[in-house]
Design a protein around this ligand. Structure first.
Ligand code: GDP
Length: 409
């Protein structure tokens, strides 16, 4: 039953790597925070002006607040996927299929000229945030109306917070960004800078019924100029249409595959030739969404609703999800956590250095005291020796004197 093979159903959820790495790093930071706080306490209470200094105390205090800052950033770290493509290629439908829910308004006549970011919330009801202002939404229709009636500029970002309990992928710290069609926004370049440069994965949703357009390519060329090696996936969507012309299916697939591979390998130079097959997929987002909604309602999937080859296309969508999740999780762990890890290593080594300095200074003081004691001991010995010599001399002289007196007597 293909529709029940949702994320992680086989126990292998690549997104969990990021989620558990985030937890592990947070645990380490809790320990480091305690350690630095202990050093701070020790340093403040020591009060020996020969051993402690104001600048060192400030260094420790700044480490304490730095860790709090990093923990805050860490708690907000997530995995971001940005979707691009021409209007009506099916970006919103792809996102909804991944979310297993009709969350973003999709369909002919509905075009958003702003960026929509879907992320999870622990609250039970969804809400949106436009330029920092929060608004509750009751349904997807309500959201569609809100987006249509608001006068939103094409560089606006609308954040849609959806209950994590309703979407497994949002539960795993994934954020999905839908962009205005590459053909409608004049400000796309500025918006990439604003909302998408921190994306871990970019997905180009193309229309398998036509060839990749230069406007679609241009956007990724721009992304490539800004990021040295962006992770790019190409989804040839609306592949269900190919079922209508089975005789040309293989040929069309081959042509798309060749053009997409040329674009990724030769034009963008973001993957090697043999890796390209893991970056290009032929899917039908509408079918996946439909089947997942039916399955979500506990209904059996009505295969008659879908064109020939549905199960194969569904499997290819699952394959796409697996590959992009692996790539997403790996990239996010590397880019987001390696910086934090480097910082924490530097911080603990600074603290160790500081404690080493105190230890060395204490040893030096102890050695100096030992030298003073030894000098005192030597002096005492010397005096004792002198005293001994003097006593012997006196004894000798008295003896001599006694002898002289006896002689005279
Ligand atoms: P967007 O403008 O790129 O976000 O595109 P939408 O997701 O709004 O989709 C535009 C229209 O294409 C909608 O009517 C969708 O139902 C339809 N659509 C999306 N994906 C597919 C698909 O895989 N196959 C077919 N036949 N239609 C699709």
């Amino acid at each position: 039953d293909v529709t029940n093979s949702s994320f992680g159903a086989d126990g292998e959820n690549p997104l969990r790597i990021f989620v558990s790495a985030k937890k592990d790093i947070n645990d380490i930071f809790v320990k480091v925070e305690k350690f630095v706080q202990n050093v701070h306490e020790f340093y403040r209470s020591y009060g020996d002006e020969f051993l402690t200094s104001k600048s060192k105390l400030q260094q420790i205090e700044s480490s304490v607040s730095k860790i709090a800052g990093i923990r805050d950033v860490l708690s907000r770290n997530n995995m971001k996927v940005a979707f691009f493509g021409r209007t009506s290629n099916g970006k919103s439908t792809v996102i909804n299929a991944i979310l297993q829910n009709k969350i973003l308004p999709a369909g002919i006549g509905h075009t958003t000229n702003c960026f929509l970011q879907v992320e999870g919330t622990d609250e039970t009801e969804p809400y949106i945030e436009v330029e920092g202002t929060r608004r509750n939404i009751e349904s997807v229709n309500h959201l569609a109306n809100a987006l249509n009636t608001e006068s939103l500029g094409d560089s606006t970002l609308v954040k849609i917070f959806w209950p994590k309990s309703k979407c497994p992928i949002l539960h795993d710290d994934v954020v999905l960004v839908d962009s205005p069609g590459t053909d409608v926004s004049a400000n796309l370049d500025k918006c990439i800078d604003l909302y998408c440069l921190d994306a871990d994965v970019f997905v180009l949703v193309s229309n398998s019924e036509s060839t990749l357009m230069q406007t679609e390519k241009n956007l990724f060329i721009k992304v490539k100029e800004k990021l040295s090696k962006p992770n790019i996936f190409i989804l040839n969507n609306r592949w269900d249409a190919s079922a209508l012309e089975p005789e040309s299916l293989d040929l069309v697939r081959k042509q798309h595959m060749m053009r997409d591979t040329d674009f990724l390998v030769d034009e963008l130079n973001v993957v090697a030739e043999d890796e390209a097959k893991d970056r290009v997929f032929f899917v039908s987002a509408r079918e996946v969404l439909g089947a997942r909604i039916e399955a979500g309602q506990g209904k059996p999937v009505t295969l008659g609703n879908y064109a020939n080859g549905f199960e194969g296309r569904f499997k290819e969508f699952l394959d796409f999800e697996k590959k992009f999740e692996q790539c997403l999780s790996k990239t996010a762990v590397q880019t987001k956590f390696s910086q934090h890890t480097l910082e924490v290593i530097k911080m603990t080594s600074d603290m160790n250095q500081l404690l080493d300095d105190i230890f060395r200074q204490t040893m030096a003081m102890r050695n100096e005291k030992m030298n003073q004691i030894k000098a005192l001991k030597d002096r005492v010995n010397y005096i004792k020796q002198q005293f001994h010599i003097l006593t012997n001399e006196v004894k000798h002289q008295i003896c001599h004197l006694v002898k002289q007196v006896e002689h005279k007597v």
